[in-house]
Design a protein around this ligand. Structure first.
Ligand code: ATP
Length: 341
């Protein structure tokens, strides 16, 4: 099934079509007989906040794991681009040649389905956070951010000796790494906790630290798996502000999985909706939240069922727009379609 991206009336060509930083093309992921993701395609606009949403078990994390190299897709192509435009000719050349990436100056094309996860992070510059927080709990908050910058520091140390001897070039890189860490600690309101073990931070602060750590790697694309999970309303508002800052001031593209529709509808430029492993809607917030297929998926109405959309629409849009959708995650049939992460 193909679902063409939708825009609200009067909108111009969206960035995700004109200038996609990431294109997921006909992605399929099977686990034995289970099709977790089936023939899914979508684009992520450069400089956009893009949300991937859907009920439990819809396939969101599986898509994330394919994009970030934790899974090798069964089928499909995942194109990451540095520099403006679709770069179709380079994508075609790479696909035909069997090579993994091509970089020229500030431009570059990376076929992520061919790359191991460490290359996706270091070369394609895709950073991610996890549904279950994965910090180095015994290290301090500052150390967590310095570890994230390990690669440039190792290079600056000339692979050890420059660091041991304290050469000026290494000291300069070390200073820069600390400055960058402090910058992100300030942006995430964690400066006062810099010397505390990461495990001692409250939950919401640990989530912000994960984002700070990812940003210390200077990603072109930041992938966040349920960043608002477990946050209180105040922390969710802070998260919204942080993600808008990352988009607007750092021009970093963001792709997030999120169940909190308050967060999704407020900050997303573009929303893709999955259900049972297929894409059911794709467009801006306005078009997605009024899409009958989305409403049916969240409320568990069978597609063939003749729902009276105008009658229920107002209530449902209000619900999807305002509720932290924990209560909507299991569908109306009472099924929990997901597994633990
Ligand atoms: N490694 C795996 N092995 C087998 N099945 C898997 C694996 N990972 C995911 N699945 C299955 O694939 C389907 C999609 O799971 P996925 O975690 O991608 O959904 P999700 O949309 O992220 O769900 P949630 O919102 O609950 O996190 C589910 O049926 C899940 O049980």
């Amino acid at each position: 099934m193909t679902t063409e991206p939708k825009l609200s009336a009067g909108a111009a060509t969206p960035r995700w079509q004109a200038d996609p930083i990431l294109s997921v093309e006909r992605l399929t992921m099977r686990f034995g007989g289970l099709v977790a993701v089936g023939d899914v395609s979508f684009d992520v606009g450069r400089g956009d906040i893009t949300a991937l949403i859907g009920p439990n078990g819809a396939g969101k994390t599986t898509v994330f794991n394919c994009v970030t190299g934790f899974y090798k897709p069964t089928e499909g192509r995942i194109v990451m681009r540095h520099g403006a435009g679709r770069q179709d000719e380079t994508v075609r050349q790479l696909t035909d040649s069997g090579l993994r990436w091509k970089k020229e100056g500030d431009s570059g094309v990376f076929l992520l389905e061919r790359m191991p996860d460490y290359e996706i992070a270091s070369k394609a510059r895709v950073a991610r956070t996890f549904q279950n927080i994965r910090l180095f709990g015994g290290m301090t908050v500052l150390e967590n951010l310095l570890v994230a910058q390990h690669n440039p520091l190792v290079v600056a140390s000339g692979f050890t000796f420059g660091g041991i001897l304290g050469l000026p070039s290494y000291r300069k890189s070390e200073r820069e790494a600390i400055d960058k860490a402090v910058y992100w600690l300030e942006r995430t309101q964690l400066v006062d906790r810099a010397d505390d073990p990461a495990a001692d931070l409250p939950y919401g602060a640990q989530r912000r630290l994960e984002i700070a750590r990812a940003m210390c790697t200077d990603p072109h694309l930041l992938c966040l798996d349920e960043p608002a999970a477990g946050l209180n309303p105040r922390e969710s508002a802070d998260l919204n502000a942080l993600l808008k800052f990352i988009r607007d001031e750092h021009k970093t593209s963001v792709l997030l999985i999120e169940h909190d529709m308050g967060v999704v509808m407020e900050i997303s430029d573009h929303i893709i909706v999955l259900d049972y492993g297929v894409k059911i809607s794709d467009g801006d917030a306005e078009s997605v939240k009024t899409d009958p297929k989305v409403i049916a998926a969240y409320l568990g109405v069978e597609e063939e069922e003749d729902i009276d959309v105008p009658e229920v629409l107002e209530d449902v849009v209000e619900t999807i727009g305002e509720v932290a959708v924990g209560s909507l995650q299991p569908d109306a049939k009472g099924e929990n379609r997901g597994g633990d992460k």
